[in-house]
Design a protein around this ligand. Structure first.
Ligand SMILES: NC(=O)c1ccc[n+]([C@@H]2O[C@H](COP(=O)([O-])OP(=O)(O)OC[C@H]3O[C@@H](n4cnc5c(N)ncnc54)[C@H](OP(=O)(O)O)[C@@H]3O)[C@@H](O)[C@H]2O)c1
Length: 248
């Protein structure tokens, strides 16, 4: 598949290299293309550098990994090219790589007292989808918006999914392709985006795990309970249940 990677920094550059190693044709972007020369040369033509707009057009799928502070500008340059395409959002709506202990209880104060968020219905809905309404309903009562929901507002024609945003590249590199496989949480409301995200996650040596829709992405982003959680795939259901329970 042709993949455009917008923002080839620590995360985007790593994912781009792994996608190219997995046999995909990959275009990376930088406003300083000379900094990517060594990385591109090492990949023997499987990786090329393009402008942000060109990479968005080139990709049948796009991985979106700029700094959050540059996200709006990157969207403004690519909105029409992203129309109708699956876009995997790997950002966090605050800059910096995920670090341990990031959960700050940012969901507090939303009035969850009436809901038993650990209910079987909620967890099953969040995990199994397609509808993640139960989990999303509870999250919406916590107020606020996920970074993914913000991106959907900025580029509503793209088919967005959240993935690759919870774990640092150090941990991803250490765990890639090793048993037990590391769970990669996926949040999306679009079936094609969910399928594409799951496929790429498998191609790169991880285990996709559906955590809910765009609203549920808050669970995985900066300040959320799944941020920086290194979870083996067999423990992912429990991790998601704990994350939802923490919203009470
Ligand atoms: N690093 C990790 O381990 C990790 C893990 C999970 C999630 N994340 C998330 O991934 C995102 C990027 O983090 P990072 O650590 O990879 O950052 P980084 O190494 O600083 O790289 C950021 C990239 O964003 C690009 N960028 C900045 N402003 C831009 C703009 N206005 N338009 C287009 N591109 C722009 C930069 O491109 P130029 O070369 O043109 O400056 C650079 O390639 C963050 O949201 C972070 O939370 C990071």
């Amino acid at each position: 598949m042709r993949i455009g990677v917008i923002g080839a920094g620590q995360l985007g550059g790593t994912l781009a290299t792994w996608c190219a190693e997995s046999g995909h044709e990959v275009a990376v972007t930088s406003r300083h293309p000379e900094r990517l020369r060594e990385q591109v040369d090492r990949m023997n033509g499987k990786l090329r550098v393009m402008s942000i707009a060109q990479a968005a057009s080139f990709g049948e799928m796009v991985i979106f990994a700029p700094n959050w502070s540059g996200a709006r500008e990157a969207i403004d340059l690519t909105r029409s090219a992203l129309e109708g395409k699956v876009v995997l959002d790997a950002t966090n709506p605050a800059d910096g790589a995920p670090s341990l202990g990031a959960f700050t209880g940012a969901f507090g104060g939303g009035g969850f007292s009436g809901a038993s968020v650990k209910s079987a219905e909620a967890v099953a809905a969040a995990v199994n989808g397609p509808p993640s309404e139960a989990a999303d309903r509870m999250l919406s009562r916590a107020g606020g918006k996920s970074g993914l929901e913000t991106l959907i507002e900025w580029a509503p024609g793209a088919h967005w999914a959240k993935a690759f945003n919870t774990i640092s590249t150090d941990v991803l590199s250490r765990r890639r392709g090793h048993d037990p496989l590391l769970a990669e949480f996926v949040c999306t409301d679009e079936r094609d985006a969910r399928e594409a995200a799951c496929q790429i996650i498998r191609d790169l040596g991880f285990a996709p795990f559906y955590a809910g829709g765009a609203k549920a992405a808050r669970l995985t982003e900066t300040g959320g309970p799944l941020q920086s959680r290194e979870v083996d795939v067999q423990d992912a259901t429990d991790a998601l249940a704990d994350a939802l329970a923490g919203l009470r």
